[in-house]
Design a protein around this ligand. Structure first.
Ligand code: NAG
Ligand code: NAG
Length: 362
């Protein structure tokens, strides 16, 4: 008993020491399948990426729950910043010292609204992700004290990617969806933005101080939408209209939230522009196609799910889209380069390189 107590005490001391000695910055991730690193593998849901060929180009060449052939956006941000990849919050490996790396709370299929992704059954909706963030902080406090935990969270970097599913897996999921009968598109967008504002405010209240917020990509250009809604291979006009209404209002909302708080807490990442660069000119980025998914079936490989019996392209670096909705690792790398080094047109008010330089001085 005394030995184990002593051991326990030493562990606490060393954990406290490692935080105060400029422990690498913690990284927290919230949102949907674009950033889910495997939480859904632990849930009873149909929104999962736990079978071949998902993960075919991941270092282990095995599926991990990431919706990518290889690394996803959070992985690449961690790599660029010299951090260990953050574990999914539901992973049994997320214990002890690993907690100090941060955590990924994202869950494929979710949206800003609770009814988004209802067809996927048990997924971690955004309000629940925020609750788990609170539980996480209690767990960290048990290791390094509440002061240590608060500082870890305050100094952490946060990424939140949310909103696309509120269109493709809600408003536009089926013709005459409940939400499309309830709201005109402009009213729906205003409603989404007002609900998203509450989510971001809550993140701030829970201690987040640097938050990258991505807008939606060109949803109408995803192979799934080309297959379902496009006649000639052009991006779907209606989904493009949704993105063009939503993204500028998101940037405005972020600006007003920063103003209310009096600090540049929230950083807008223009995912639309980042994706559109290579979608509109795939060859310039080394892609053979930005219309046909690598893995899938039907027109544009955009019908149904990517499964072991789907078509699979031999070289994933030649396809901008890995599956019907998600970018390939190669495309994720282009996006992360813009997050890191992009001009004000991509990252507003500043890019991640600038954030890291600013925050290392405090
Ligand atoms: C989602 O559900 C939670 C829990 O019931 C609730 O607190 C939250 O307000 C709901 N969000 C929306 C947008 O309705
Ligand atoms: C990143 O942001 C900084 C500061 O805004 C800027 O000076 C720099 O040029 C940006 N990087 C690029 C490649 O634009």
């Amino acid at each position: 008993m005394p030995t184990s107590l002593l051991l326990c005490f030493c562990l606490i001391i060393s954990l406290v020491a490692s935080v105060s000695a400029q422990q690498p910055r913690a990284f927290f991730v919230f949102g949907d399948s674009l950033v889910d690193s495997g939480n859904n593998d632990f849930l009873a849901t149909t929104a999962r990426a736990d079978a071949y060929p998902y993960g075919i180009d991941y270092p282990t060449h095995r599926p991990t729950g990431r919706f990518s052939n290889g690394l996803n956006i959070p992985d690449l941000i961690s790599l660029e910043l010299g951090l260990e990849p953050t574990l999914p919050y539901l992973s049994p490996l997320l214990v002890g010292e690993k907690l100090l790396i941060g955590a990924n709370f994202a869950s494929a299929g979710i949206g800003i609204l609770n009814d988004t992704g209802f067809q996927f059954l048990h997924i971690i909706r955004i309000y629940k992700q925020l609750e788990l963030f609170q539980v996480y902080q209690k767990r960290v406090s048990a290791h390094i004290g509440s002061e240590g935990a608060r500082s870890l969270v305050n100094r952490g970097l946060v990424l939140i990617t949310l909103g696309g599913n509120d269109f493709v897996n809600n408003y536009y999921l089926v013709p005459y969806s409940a939400r499309s009968r309830q709201f005109s598109l402009p009213d729906y967008v205003r409603y989404l933005i007002s609900e998203y504002r509450k989510v971001l405010r809550k993140l701030y209240d829970l201690g987040a101080r640097r938050v990258l917020v991505t807008g939606t990509g060109p949803m109408g250009c995803a192979p799934a939408e080309l297959a379902m809604r496009s006649r000639n291979g052009d991006c779907d006009v209606e989904l493009e209209r949704a993105a063009s209404l939503y993204n500028p209002q998101l940037v405005d909302m972020i600006g007003s939230l920063n103003q209310e708080i009096g600090s540049d807490i929230f950083i807008a990442a223009d995912a639309y522009r980042m994706h559109m660069d290579y979608i509109s000119n795939p060859q310039a980025y080394g892609f053979a196609t930005s219309k046909i998914a690598c893995c899938g079936q039907g027109p544009y490989n955009g019908v149904g799910l990517c499964t072991p019996v789907s078509n699979l392209c031999p070289n994933r670096d030649l396809n901008a889209f890995w599956d019907a909705f998600h970018p390939s690792e190669k495309a994720n790398r282009i996006i992360v380069q813009q997050i890191l080094r992009g001009s004000n047109q991509y990252m507003y008010p500043m890019n991640l390189t600038t954030i890291m330089a600013l925050d290392s001085r405090t």
